[in-house]
Design a protein around this ligand. Structure first.
Ligand SMILES: NC(=O)c1ccc[n+]([C@@H]2O[C@H](COP(=O)([O-])OP(=O)(O)OC[C@H]3O[C@@H](n4cnc5c(N)ncnc54)[C@H](OP(=O)(O)O)[C@@H]3O)[C@@H](O)[C@H]2O)c1
Length: 291
């Protein structure tokens, strides 16, 4: 049997604005129960993933930590992200939330700590960001970033502290392609990371455009969607608890799309109507939400 350390292929690495490297194809664990996440991650490591995305909200940091510690991989070979939740904003609460996350993970540091949502109604994003900067300076979070931040909210953090996030994790897939925000991130030296990269497998794989490209490239619809992310230069963190899909998604690294494929996929963009998650300014569900 192949061990995690023998994985034949590796994800490309992207360079963050703090000089660190991040595997472009990672593994998400939202809604993966704590008692299933260790097996899912063991399968992911065996397939070749080295980048895991969790959050306090997902209630599975213990299992994520066990998976990392039991993997047989060097800690430095695994990239672990977690996030500060919305009711933990502010310097002291953020510090406590981080310490509790680290304790649950059973790790000495995380590779990336993110502000999960900007929560402008609370007005504590800058304070929270200042605490993330302190955590980075202490070596407890190697890199720091944000999720779901509109560009002007990134500018508020940078103007107040002089430190830009390394990345902005945003809802992003062919139905909600976010070209404007991706460009705004790029202009600020902030990488775009896609959450719900597969649109949670709700409809996208039945699109004739995706199916047609899949047939021509000898790939599956999910692989075509992930190859689209990789071609855009975004970081994708597909979630699955199904071993065959975990492997299938990682093998998207071998699928290469043509400029014509990318143009065809671009026609699927629904703009704001494609948003399924919260609008970060109001925390009201997007029009694309179907439960
Ligand atoms: N920052 C944020 O606010 C935020 C919000 C949401 C998510 N995230 C992060 O982003 C990660 C990914 O997003 P997501 O989990 O919401 O959605 P996703 O990765 O787009 O989709 C996951 C769904 O797709 C299914 N799936 C996966 N691979 C498949 C394949 N090859 N064929 C068919 N179905 C497949 C999975 O089913 P099975 O598991 O049953 O195989 C699961 O139901 C999360 O896990 C989390 O780490 C962040």
């Amino acid at each position: 049997m192949t061990s995690a350390s023998d994985a034949a292929t590796a994800s490309p690495l992207l360079t963050l604005n703090d000089g660190r490297a991040i595997p472009q194809l990672g593994f998400g664990v939202y809604k993966t129960p704590n008692d299933e996440v260790e097996d899912a991650i063991a399968c992911a490591f065996e397939a070749g993933y080295r980048h895991i995305d969790t959050a306090k909200l997902y209630d599975n940091e213990e299992g994520v930590g066990r998976a990392v510690r039991h993997s047989g991989l060097a800690r430095s070979d695994v990239f672990v992200t977690t996030k500060v939740w919305n009711d933990d904003h502010g310097r002291e609460k953020t510090r406590r939330a981080f310490e509790e996350s680290l304790e649950r993970l059973g790790l000495d540091y995380v590779d990336l700590y993110l502000i999960h949502w900007p929560m402008p109604m609370n007005g504590l994003a800058v304070e929270t960001w200042e605490e993330l900067i302190a955590l980075r300076e202490e070596g407890l979070a190697t890199s720091i970033g944000v999720a779901n931040f509109p560009a002007h909210r990134i500018d508020e953090l940078t103007a107040a502290t002089g430190v830009a996030p390394v990345l902005n994790q945003i809802e992003l897939n062919p139905y909600f392609a976010q070209a404007e925000l991706r460009e705004a991130n790029r202009e600020r030296g902030v990488l775009s990371q896609a959450w719900a990269p597969l649109h949670r497998a709700k409809g996208l794989f039945d699109e004739p455009i995706i199916r047609d490209i899949a047939e021509h490239r000898g790939a599956t619809p999910a692989q075509v969607v992930l190859a689209w992310h990789l071609a855009l230069g975004t970081i994708a963190i597909p979630k699955s608890v199904t071993p065959s899909r975990i492997r299938e998604n990682f093998a998207a690294l071998d699928v290469h799309l043509t400029p014509e494929d990318l143009e065809a996929i671009a026609t699927l963009d629904r703009g704001e109507a494609g948003r399924t998650g919260f609008d970060p300014e109001t925390m009201v569900r997007g029009a694309g939400y179907k439960g």
